[in-house]
Design a protein around this ligand. Sequence first.
Ligand SMILES: O=C(O)C1=C[C@@H](OP(=O)(O)O)[C@@H](O)[C@H](O)C1
Ligand SMILES: C=C(OP(=O)(O)O)C(=O)O
Length: 413
Amino acid sequence: MKVPGDKSISHRAVMLGSIAHGKTVIDGLLTGDDCLSTIDCFRKLGVKIHLEGDHVEIDGKGLEGLKEPNQVLDVGNSGTTIRLMLGILSSLPFHTTVIGDESIAKRPMGRVTIPLKNMGAKIDGREEGKFTPLSVRGGGLEGMDYTSPVASAQVKSAILLAGLFTDGNTSVTEPEASRDHTERMLQEFGGSVQTDGLKKTIQGKQTLKGASINVPGDISSAAFFLIAGSIIPESEITIKNVGINPTRTGILDILTNMGADITIHNVHDEVMEPYADITVRYSNLKGVEISGDIIPRLIDEIPILALAATQAEGVTVIKDAAELKVKETNRIDTVVEELKKLGANIEATEDGMKIYGKSSLHGAEVSSHGDHRIGMMLAIASCLASGETHIQNSEAITISYPGFFEQIEELKQ
Ligand SMILES: O=C(O)C1=C[C@@H](OP(=O)(O)O)[C@@H](O)[C@H](O)C1
Ligand SMILES: C=C(OP(=O)(O)O)C(=O)O
């Protein structure tokens, strides 16, 4: 099987193509709702973006080509869209209003608006610009040296994108390494970012040139099938062309520690983004501890890893993962609440969860709570559970994985 294009890379390809000079062509774009929100926002900023299937052509006119929109920019459910776009809007000498859905309204924006205000952007909004709706008037930014309290690629990328158009240098230092897709893609567009350990520095006043981008499959989407293959007896699944950027492969390291039968083959070691085929076979898993600096390398995979842990012998402890509380839902609470309904022995902790395996799961009435990753985790759980499972709000899955249920049906044949 193949999984859809990587969500993080797709957002960045659309954004950098929109602020570069010349034509950008993207193949394999994720057409999930979140990336469509990014396209919609940049179209409202005056960028010509042609989308056909998963092929995109962008007619880039540089940052100067962007125009003050006469409508609000609606990011829907997408944290990546709003946080990265705020970095770009902060450089633009006009007014924009940015909103999102009910989930976005609860997610903290101060982690980007405070540093961007320090660089000189005028940002206001609910609770002094810490929550949506937000209004931005950008321009005239100055570079800065910022130490981020969280390991977040959205924070790092917002600041680097703002730094791209300032006078002088801008640096961001993180407590642990987060995904580095922005840094890699800037190079592809003719820009550059310097890395010194956990410190990333960007020079101001860089001009980007349009590029050709091939988006690999999303390892965060592949994760649902890597775990389905590991826990459903007699399974064997090969997923082709999955992105294996080392800042994203924590899931492979943990599954291997748990005793999963995983092989990585056909490795394409591209500088831009490496990818490979991954084969998984059913095996007996054992509980492990998941903590420390691996957390940012698998943050979005924790809901599905929690399901894997219900099928592993012994205890799995997940620590240092308080960031889960500020995702589409509080993913510590929603994972624990929904897996309990299916018969899992799981408890929430301050910064993670404890899962006692191995449990036999049974069907139940469950809910995605409007969170795509919770919906997909429950769908995989239902393949293993006895009896029927009804998932409320399963439509949320189209945020990152259109065609998910159809692929499950194909694999069952
Ligand atoms: O930069 C990105 O594309 C993302 C970064 C992560 O969020 P944080 O930056 O909040 O950790 C991740 O959870 C999200 O799905 C996508
Ligand atoms: C957290 C996620 O995305 P975002 O922050 O872009 O809403 C996710 O896809 O799991």
